[in-house]
Design a protein around this ligand. Structure first.
Ligand code: PLP
Length: 459
């Protein structure tokens, strides 16, 4: 079997070394330096091209350098980039109106943030302010960001919380089992289990909370925790559980909205309406603009409590607002919901076929145009194999394919403008990468700067 290697220029190597010297950050190896992007293709400083199956950090739903978006950004940069967040601007107003127009029920008021973490901080402030209670109950396997309150309700393992101390604020309990059927937390099987994981979760809440639960916070589909697409009855039953406990239901859509799941908002697939929605990533067009959507009544109830309304230095700045507005208008105009559903089905089928040919793929899970390969050491025991996932990622980059590998999970979330032919080419490249990884290549490589395995090493 042919074992190629990366051929980088001296300039590229030099940049990689300087990056290592002066920047503290997680880095996949090799530290490829990208210089430009168009559509789903990223180009490095040597002119090598890669399919970007991560849409940046899941943000570039229209791909890189979308001509209409580029024009909007260029125009806005010459007009107004930043202003005091104690004033508003036309693009922000229109963006908020458009978001409200896509929402079910009376979810119509947006408190803007810069990041997804900040959006979840606002969501928690809202819940504390509205209910006067303190506990936030979140999912085991949920991820809500890296600011410390968001970290407190995050529960994806991998040593993320090592050396962070008790993380007391907000009062939180990661007490809800994700309905992770592939490795069921209570060793039952769906559907005969009748989603007993939720009954067990409620028992846990009874034992570990103060009973003063302000909110249940969940990703609509927990992605980083293993792409846990819930069975259809799970979210409606979680909604009932929140209501029974007098808690608000907060759904974190950072990974899913807009359109990636085949619907504008991921929760539309499950027939539930939350009280609060947080968004970031895909809604941002790659700029710093996230936020929290709730009802007028809840927003008013929380006003002047818990530091609300929230505003930071960059909240709702004109440049990010104009870009995010334009992107959302294009998503709606081009019906990328339908496209994500159609092409997502195709990608899912291709990946299922791949899994049937490769024992290292234990399971394929996904929704819309967001898919995950669960990489295992043994198909029978389902033992996770993060080293193999990292090896596959390395080989995929060699093949000209960038995807996410965190722990034993490989994730594919391309821009929603990807074509069927590009999906086919991407899966072919991935299969070549898997073949080489299964043959044991590369034998040794340093992944200590990569979040996937370095994080595990500290647990
Ligand atoms: C579901 C979810 N919520 C929130 C966040 C945090 O977003 P940000 O990195 O913009 O703070 C992430 C980040 O990965 C996420 O996956």
């Amino acid at each position: 079997m042919e074992m190629p290697e990366f051929q980088f220029s001296n300039r590229h190597h030099d940049l990689m070394a300087r990056d290592d010297e002066h920047i503290l950050g997680w880095r996949y190896e090799p530290r490829i330096m990208f210089e430009s992007g168009r559509g789903i293709v990223l180009t490095d400083v040597d002119g090598n091209e890669y399919f970007d199956m991560t849409a940046g950090m899941m943000c570039m739903v229209l791909g890189h350098s979308h001509p209409e978006l580029t024009e909007t950004i260029r125009e806005q940069a010459g007009k107004l980039v930043h202003e005091s967040s104690w004033y508003s601007n036309p693009w922000l107003v229109e963006f908020a109106e458009l978001i409200a127009g896509t929402m079910p029920g009376d979810l119509e008021v947006v408190n803007f943030a810069v990041t997804g973490s900040e959006a979840n901080e606002i969501a928690m402030r809202l819940a504390l302010g509205v209910t006067g209670k303190y506990d936030i109950v979140s999912l085991i396997r949920g991820l809500h960001g890296g600011s410390l309150a968001a970290e407190a309700v995050t529960s994806v393992g991998g040593g993320r919380k090592a050396h962070l101390g008790p993380l007391m604020m907000p009062a939180h309990r990661n007490a809800i089992y994700a309905p992770f059927c592939y490795r069921c937390p209570i060793n039952l099987e769906y559907p005969s289990c009748e989603v007993e994981c939720l009954d067990r979760s409620e028992e846990l809440m009874e034992h570990v909370t103060s009973r003063n639960v302000a909110a249940i916070l969940a990703e609509t589909v927990p992605v980083a925790g293993g792409m846990v697409v819930p069975p259809p009855e799970w979210l409606p039953r979680l909604r009932d559980l929140a209501d029974r406990w007098g808690a608000l239901l907060v759904l974190d859509e950072a990974q899913l909205a807009p359109a990636r799941t085949g619907r504008m908002w991921g929760f539309e697939n499950f027939g539930v309406t939350p009280d609060i929605v947080s968004f970031g990533k895909g809604m941002t067009a790659g700029f710093g603009i996230g936020g929290t959507v709730t009802t007028r009544a809840l927003a008013e109830e929380a006003r002047h409590k818990a530091g609300l309304p929230w505003a930071g230095t960059y909240s709702g700045d004109p440049l990010p607002a104009a870009a995010a507005l334009k992107q959302l208008q294009i998503v709606i105009r081009d019906d990328l919901m339908a496209r994500a559903e159609r092409l997502g089905r195709h990608l899912g089928e291709r990946l299922e076929a791949l899994a049937a040919r490769h024992e290292s793929i234990g399971a394929v899970r996904g929704i819309g145009l967001y898919w995950l390969l669960d990489i295992v050491a043994d198909d029978r025991t389902r033992a996770p194999d993060p080293a193999m996932a990292e090896r596959i990622r390395y080989n995929a980059a060699l093949e000209g394919l960038i995807h996410i590998a965190v722990k034993n999970f490989i994730r594919l979330c391309p821009p929603l403008i990807i074509t069927e032919a590009e999906i086919d080419e991407a899966v072919d490249r991935l299969e070549r990468a898997i073949r080489r990884a299964e043959a044991g290549f590369p034998r040794d490589f340093d992944y200590s700067s990569s979040s996937s395995l370095a994080a595990r090493a500290t647990t």
